[in-house]
Design a binder for this molecule. Structure first.
Ligand code: AOF
Ligand code: ZN
Length: 365
């Protein structure tokens, strides 16, 4: 019973995808006399927390009911008052929780408040699923850095473009649609300058159905050579464009970019490169909790080497194009010994028509 109501809370939580960042995805269900009498979820940043949303939706008295919620109710005054207090005030008898809140401001205090008020608390129901759902929030709130997903699409022979640079399209329509779902969920998307020069992407979200919103679009451009007329700068979008560059950026160019609404971050790193570690700290300060890294190979290699990648998502299309000079997902100098290879864990495979998506996590990110 606990599991099925928690499953429902997890489903509700997902309705908030891409709208709650940098807050978690939270859903709540209230059960009384063996049936659901209220449901709610966290809809958007600054809005009611899931528990309060469920109270607002209740059509009958919730007193004596059991509340199911996928994250420990909060105990602090943040953008909204503490949910643990609201639960106590509503006379809920039992609270079933999937995971404790990793936010240091809460971290067990919500559960403590409930127990002290005499409410029965059960914790750990569908905990693994709940932690996976909020993997972004857990990383962001505990490590104070965005959760980085390196996404690539390659042929069966490991190429991301043909020898002539053609890459439209490696993966099929249903894989590409899924990438737009991802763009709709994450706070930001990031590419290297070569991708801008070669593909001229807009980096916006295009969904076939439903309301879409664009992630903040970040371009890594150490020398400041981005063309002013690039699509990413000029396409119609409500989302910001951040140019992560260095002091090599020419003053005149900087002014023109700022006039176009581009935000400039100058983060000088070793050998004239942008310091990716500093960038992660800056993005945390901007409340960017998640980053979809969409290449190219040079930037992917740098990101892996700097240890900023948390998750890898690789689409493999059953096509063969060959060519020793055709680009691959990870360039750089490469690792010499297999023993030192970056190994992924918690691997999963999903099929999108003829393509396979392989996902896994990088240790210690
Ligand atoms: C949410 N939604 O349903 C729950 C949250 O500053 P605030 O008021 O937005 O609070 C954010 C914190 O509240 C968040 O970091 C998490 O610790 C806790 N729980 N947050 O946005 C919810 N239950
Ligand atoms: Zn709350």
């Amino acid at each position: 019973m606990y599991e099925s109501y928690m499953q429902r809370a997890l489903e509700l939580a997902q309705l908030g995808w891409g709208r709650t960042n940098p807050n978690p995805l939270v859903g709540a269900v209230i059960v009384k006399n063996g049936r659901i009498i209220a449901e709610g979820y966290h809809k958007r940043l600054g809005g009611a927390h899931a528990e309060v949303a469920a109270f607002l939706n209740a059509k009958e008295d919730v007193a004596g009911g059991t509340l199911y919620v996928n994250m420990e109710p909060c105990s602090h005054y943040g953008r909204t008052p503490p949910c643990a207090k609201a639960i106590i005030d509503k006379d809920i008898s039992e609270v079933v929780i999937a995971m404790t809140d990793p936010n240091p401001k809460v971290a067990g205090r919500g559960i403590k408040m409930l127990k002290e008020a005499g409410i029965k608390v059960v914790c750990g129901i569908l905990e693994k699923e709940a932690k996976k759902l909020n993997e972004i929030f857990i990383k962001y709130i505990t490590k104070k850095k965005p959760f980085v997903i390196m996404k690539t699409a390659m042929t069966l022979d490991g190429k991301i473009a043909s020898v002539s640079g053609d890459s439209k399209w490696i993966s099929g329509p249903s894989s590409r649609e899924y990438v737009h779902t991802l763009r709709n969920r994450v706070a930001a998307i990031m590419v290297g300058i070569n991708t801008v020069l070669v593909d001229n992407p807009s980096l916006t979200t295009r969904l076939d159905f439903g309301e879409s919103r664009d992630p903040v679009r970040i371009v890594i451009d150490s020398k400041g050579i981005i063309p002013i007329e690039s699509r990413v700068i000029n396409v119609e979008s409500k989302s910001a464009v951040i140019l992560a560059t260095t002091t090599a950026l020419d003053n005149e160019k900087e002014k023109r970019l700022i006039d176009k609404g581009v935000q400039i971050l100058k983060l000088d790193g070793p050998r004239g490169h942008v310091d990716l570690l500093k960038l992660m700290d800056e993005l945390y300060k901007l409340e960017i909790d998640s980053l979809l890294l969409e290449g190219g190979g040079g930037l992917n290699a740098a990101a892996l080497n700097m240890g900023i990648v948390d998750k890898v998502m690789t689409f493999i299309a059953p096509k063969i194009i060959g060519g020793k000079d055709a680009k691959t997902p990870v360039e750089g100098l490469g690792i010499e010994s297999m023993e030192d290879a970056i190994k992924l864990h918690d691997i999963s495979i999903t099929r999108f028509e003829d393509d396979f998506l392989i996902e896994g996590y990088v240790k210690g990110a």
